[in-house]
Design a protein around this ligand. Structure first.
Ligand code: G1P
Ligand code: ZN
Length: 543
């Protein structure tokens, strides 16, 4: 058979413990770099001969070239079949859906999520297992080990790869099935949500705007919202995926989804607005002149889940990442279900879902998901909201205010200090850690520290322990500040400061979030010495 074994040199600049490799595209373009990582993935897996692999990416610069290389390597390594999205496209949640539906051995997803793309942007690759979720640490650690010692990789010589149409072809004996990237996912959505009720909502004049940010959700949103649910043409903006995301930063937050946010805050705002990120797993939702924080979104979905057909039987439990606000905890308490607090990152939710302990989960970083796949899912969250709105027939703002009136409100904000000096950021965290034991009991103005720790998580399913997951400072008032360093940045370090204040008193609910948190913001600076260690006196991004 026309295949080669290429001699290569080891590299080891990927971080162990992360679910994939994310670097500048220029790094990926070095000779053998992508191939080394892909071979390291294959070398870490066992018994996949004769099995099926799912393959797709978010369409960013370099996507199609990488897909062709991986197909040739999958053939040379012995996979029997690869399911690949047309034009090499698959959103992250759709890849998870396809892996599960077709009982594939696993999948390779090409994406750097919300990081910018294009010739100067980022690229990424990760492996998902047969449950549709990101590879667990024992596999990512094995990949890392292999990448340090790799000396050769296998690749087919056949280069005849046609991906722009739905068809099957043979590549060096391996069957390649080019699939429509949207179909399986759209069917799954139709099985969970009341499409008729949502279609009626649109027919009755409900107006929506969905900003796909020139990233992967364009084709998904256009097919589902406009074609299947009858939202008016033009509901989806920036709907054509571009290799450089149109020069934008495909991160659905108040800073980067500017076009959408401006419209939603205007006098003529539509009823509902939403955006998704580069690979389609994140979501932001807004009502007319009203921003819903991701933490509140999870709480509202939890409280209203039984209105949606796919969740009518109730929730087994819910989970949120540690820095996510505690709004969902109170809903869970009232429903009498468990609420798990996990470290940042999606992989911790997978075990809880596989074990049937949770149905819904979410993170403050615009990620929400459920057991339907094993990734967070942007468009799914948007459809969940639409289904609830179709049942409740209420403006978004009224619905959330009613929620606050019932459960209380968690004022919440994340302050990011992006691209700071790594040594300074590390020193800040080290100094904070050194003070943990003495902080409880200290007072800052009116606020008295009740607890301080470096979050550690013991997985209730497999017993694995993850330490050093972020510094939590809790106050007697119920307020909370969390400090952690980003694990996904590609330049310098990013310090994230999460601020939270619980407010039961409706009189104060009218307040602006930053104003409501003002004294906590000052305190965060004081206690961590942000200016001293990073040279910054204000964050780069406030969410
Ligand atoms: C960020 C988010 C985190 C999310 C991750 C991957 O990680 O904060 O919630 O799971 O991206 O999308 P961080 O950069 O904070 O490590
Ligand atoms: Zn993403």
């Amino acid at each position: 058979m026309p295949r080669q074994t290429i001699q290569t040199q080891a590299f080891s600049d990927q971080q162990p413990g992360t679910s994939g490799l994310r670097k500048k595209i220029a790094v990926f373009q070095q000779p053998h770099y992508l191939e080394n990582f892909v071979q390291s993935i294959f070398d870490s897996l066992h018994d996949f001969a004769g099995q099926t692999l799912v393959l797709g990416g978010d369409g960013r610069y370099g996507n199609l070239e990488a897909i062709a290389v991986i197909l040739r390597m999958a053939a040379a390594n012995g996979f029997a079949r690869v399911l690949v999205g047309r034009d090499g496209l698959l959103s992250t949640p759709a890849a998870s859906c396809v892996i599960r539906k077709h009982k594939a051995f696993g999948g390779i997803i090409l994406s750097a999520s919300h990081n910018p793309g294009g010739p100067d942007g980022d690229f990424g690759i990760k492996y998902n297992t047969g449950n549709g979720g990101p590879a667990p640490e024992k596999i990512t650690d094995a990949i890392f080990e292999h990448s340090k010692h790799i000396s050769e990789y296998h690749i087919s010589d056949e280069v005849d790869v046609v991906l722009d149409q739905v068809h099957d072809f043979r590549l060096d004996g391996m069957r390649v099935s080019v699939i429509d990237p949207v179909t399986d996912y759209a069917e799954l959505m139709a099985s969970l949500f009341d499409f008729d009720a949502i279609a009626t909502l649109f027919r009755n004049g409900f107006r929506m705007r969905f900003d796909a940010m020139h990233a992967i959700t364009g084709p998904y949103a256009t097919e589902i919202l406009e074609r299947r649910l009858g939202a008016s043409v033009g509901t989806v903006i920036n709907g054509v995926p571009l290799p450089d995301f149109g020069g934008g930063h495909p991160d659905p937050n108040l800073t980067y989804a500017k076009e959408l946010v401006e419209e939603m805050l205007s006098d003529d705002a539509p009823d509902f607005g939403a955006a998704s990120d580069g690979d389609g797993d994140r979501n932001m939702v807004l009502g007319a002149r009203f921003f819903v924080t991701p933490s509140d979104s999870l709480a509202v979905l939890t409280a209203n889940a039984t209105l949606v057909p796919g969740y009518a039987a109730g929730l087994a439990g819910v989970a949120r990442s540690m820095p996510t606000s505690m709004a969902t905890d109170r809903v869970a308490a009232e429903l009498g279900i468990d609420c798990f607090e996990t470290p940042t990152g999606w992989k911790f939710f997978g075990n809880l879902m596989d074990a049937g302990k949770v149905t819904l989960c979410g993170e403050e970083s615009f990620g929400t998901g459920s057991r339907h796949v094993r990734e967070k899912d942007g468009l799914w969250a948007v459809l969940f909201w639409l289904n609830i709105l179709a049942v409740r027939q209420q403006p978004v703002a009224d619905m959330v205010r009613e929620h606050w009136a019932r459960y209380g409100r968690n004022f919440y904000s994340r302050h990011d200090y992006e691209g700071v000096d790594k040594a300074g950021a590390d020193a800040l965290m080290t100094a904070l850690r050194a003070r943990l034991a003495t902080l409880p009991g200290e007072t800052f103005g009116d606020l008295r520290v009740a607890s301080a720790d470096d979050f550690s998580y013991t997985d209730p399913v497999d017993g694995s322990v993850s330490t050093g997951q972020g510094i939590r400072i809790g106050f007697e008032s119920g307020d909370r500040i969390v400090f952690r360093l980003s694990g996904t940045g590609t330049e310098g370090a990013t310090l994230r400061v999460y601020l939270e204040r619980f407010e039961a008193d409706m009189q104060r609910h009218g307040q602006d979030t930053q104003a409501a948190l003002a004294d906590l913001i000052v305190l965060a600076h004081e206690v961590a010495g942000i200016q001293r260690y990073t040279g910054r006196d204000a964050p780069t991004v406030i969410t």
